[in-house]
Ligand binder design. Structure first.
Ligand SMILES: [Zn+2]
Ligand SMILES: [Zn+2]
Length: 316
């Protein structure tokens, strides 16, 4: 996993001068979760080192925005806020106008739709902002809003793992059924092997999920961060449904190929667009696993077709 200093180094412009003050400001900023107004950062920095001027801090903030270390957000309060992008995936905001708290979420369906619109208009999109203003759940209920929130990165990892686990479970169910239905001995062996792999991966993913919970026992109490309308587990569920209608060995392999291809594409596509984070890693590792399954199924399919051909040639 990339460290904070590597993250900054990568974004430092070529020939950019290093400065101790600037590095210090960047370090303090990267330690903050949430959305900071410039004045709040000034207060934070100046309690640690009163010799750093307000102007230097403002200049550094501007520098961080240009370098992609900070993102500037406007919540309609008449001043900008800043959030860092280190291990902080892109996201959208729900903003409560009563308590002025902002809540982050990510929806890949919305992102895909934005891309679709921009493409259709041949627009080279650089950044999209989605802000939903209203009243949060706590304010509606007259409760004190809950200020304690987990870092976005943990919520993202939690939700990415949940999606991968759900996909793995439906994959396991699919291969178990396919193995039971397949008459071809070699095809059956492939499905059994894939079922065993899914089971093993499922165990690994569940262990990682438990580790996350052990690091933060409150993690499950936070609302969903990552929203998916058509999560990948739907792919295997559809495959299992197709098996129910009765298929032969070749068809079973084809259904498996379709599921794995869809699942690989899904995890790769979303994994690629996320910024460096645990959630991104989970998605990309999972995409690789699905790719391996896909290759295996394609090899099996070709070999089955060959065997059927030669058998057909001699029998008929
Ligand atoms: Zn509120
Ligand atoms: Zn944010």
């Amino acid at each position: 996993m990339q460290s904070a200093s590597e993250f900054v180094e990568q974004r430092r412009p070529a020939g950019g001068r290093r400065s101790g003050k600037r590095d210090f400001i960047v370090q303090v900023f990267l330690r903050q979760e949430g959305h900071l107004a410039a004045d709040e950062l000034v207060d934070l920095i100046r309690t640690e080192d009163a010799r750093i001027s307000r102007a230097t801090i403002y200049r550094t903030l501007q520098w961080m925005v240009e370098a992609g270390i900070a993102r500037k957000v406007d919540f309609g309060e008449g001043r900008y806020r800043f959030e860092h992008s280190y291990r902080h995936p892109r996201h959208f905001h729900l903003i409560c106008k009563t308590c002025n708290q902002s809540y982050e979420f990510l929806s890949s369906d919305i992102e895909a739709l934005i891309e679709e619109v921009a493409d259709a208009r041949h627009f080279a999109a650089r950044q999209s902002v989605l802000q939903i203003y209203g009243t949060c759940e706590s304010c509606q209920a007259g409760r004190q809003p809950d200020r304690a929130t987990a870092p976005t990165e943990s919520l993202f990892a939690r939700d990415a793992l949940r999606i991968a686990i759900a996909t793995e479970r439906s994959g396991l169910e699919f291969y178990t059924r396919a193995a039971a239905l397949t008459k071809d001995a070699r095809g059956r062996k492939v499905f059994k092997r894939l079922a065993a792999e899914e089971k093993k991966h499922l165990g690994t993913l569940e262990a990682r999920y438990r580790e996350l919970l052990a690091a933060d026992p409150e993690l499950e109490s936070h609302p969903t961060f990552l929203f998916f309308k058509g999560a990948a587990n739907g792919l295997f569920a559809a495959g299992t449904e197709a098996l129910r209608d009765g298929v032969d060995d070749r068809q079973a392999l084809l259904v498996g190929i379709k599921c794995e291809r869809g699942s690989h594409k899904f995890f790769k596509r979303y994994g690629d667009r996320f910024e460096e984070s645990e959630g991104k890693r989970i998605f990309l590792e999972f995409a690789d696993e699905e790719r391996e399954h896909l290759d295996l199924l394609i090899r099996e399919y070709k070999s089955l077709v060959e065997r059927q051909k030669s058998r057909g040639g001699t029998a008929r």
